[in-house]
Write a protein that binds this ligand. Structure first.
Ligand SMILES: Nc1ncnc2c1ncn2[C@@H]1O[C@H](COP(=O)(O)OP(=O)(O)O)[C@@H](O)[C@H]1O
Ligand SMILES: [Mg+2]
Length: 273
């Protein structure tokens, strides 16, 4: 019954001409609608995600942070709407995805190095090119562990480092990260945060980072996308422009503290609403 109802609602939605985002937009989301079991999660949702920026996605538990990035990354189908990357569809866009659960993210029968190189092999790149790219990645991540080991022989932090390397191997235009630090200890979290920031400063890859830790969300972000409870809307988009690299000292900067405080106020306003 609800499926029939959804279909009717969608069929009646007005078809508007596509409105591009402002200059500097990478991902344009227009009229995005997604129902689960007859209940709206997103309804006619619009958003512009800037290019060469890190956007942190923050909001109440269950508001649809993972679903949003999974729909953009094409892992979950949308009911209706349009998502374009520089005006192109997903099939013409190179993306990388880092999962929260690194234990299930890699092929256990492949050595870590082969897991990382896997996307390059899928692209049918030659051996010399794969080797060159792998050497580049290993150098930029300053890898201290043995990549010839199998993933299950590595620590959690090492596995997550490897899965970030794999996501970056083909040089994606957009990198999606769904709570990439949540299963890591604090030391490893700090290490991977720094690595991500270095990669970003070096490549400018657009990153969409879901985090349930507000401090971390702000620390890494150029923009904090604050979402409401479902049906989910944009509560506010907060700019945080402190220079990179951000360091431990950043955490006590007045500008950082102000951005965090404002994000928290918006979040609290939304959960109480
Ligand atoms: N496959 C599914 N079937 C039904 N409901 C789902 C499914 N996936 C997610 N949901 C619901 O959609 C909402 C958003 O989920 P999710 O995107 O995982 O939230 P978040 O990542 O913000 O915590 C939640 O209420 C969740 O229960
Ligand atoms: Mg989630």
């Amino acid at each position: 019954m609800s499926a029939v109802l959804n279909a009717a609602v969608i069929a009646d939605a007005p078809v508007r001409p596509f409105e591009p985002g402002p200059t500097g937009t990478h991902i344009t989301i227009r009229g995005l609608t997604k129902y689960f079991a007859g209940w709206p999660l997103y309804e006619n949702f619009n958003l512009d995600i800037p290019k060469h920026k890190i956007v942190s996605v923050f909001g109440p538990n269950g508001c649809g942070k993972s679903t949003l990035i999974n729909m953009i990354a094409g892992l979950i189908p949308i009911d209706s709407g349009q998502i374009l990357f520089d005006g192109k569809g997903l099939k013409d866009t190179k993306i990388g995805y880092v999962f929260q659960n690194y234990r299930e993210a890699m092929f256990p029968w492949m050595r870590t190095i082969d897991n990382i190189a896997y996307p390059l092999k899928l692209e049918a790149r030659g051996k010399a090119e794969v080797d060159r790219r792998m050497a580049e990645l290993v150098a930029s991540f300053d890898v201290k562990f043995d990549l010839n080991r199998y993933p299950y022989e590595l620590s959690g932090g090492q596995q997550q480092t490897a899965s970030i390397m794999r996501a970056l191997a083909p040089g994606p235009e957009v990198l999606f990260l769904d709570e990439p630090f949540s299963a890591l200890d604090f030391e490893m979290t700090l290490f991977i945060r720094e690595k991500l920031q270095e990669v970003f400063m070096h490549t400018g890859t657009t990153m969409l980072l879901v985090s349930h830790d507000l401090e971390e969300a702000v620390y890494l972000a150029d923009e904090v996308l604050l979402l409401t409870k479902r049906p989910t809307r944009v509560a506010e988009i907060l700019q945080y422009a402190d220079a990179r690299p951000r360091t431990v000292a950043t955490l006590s900067e007045p500008s950082f503290i102000a951005a965090k405080k404002l994000s928290l106020e918006i979040f609290q306003r939304e959960v109480r609403r």
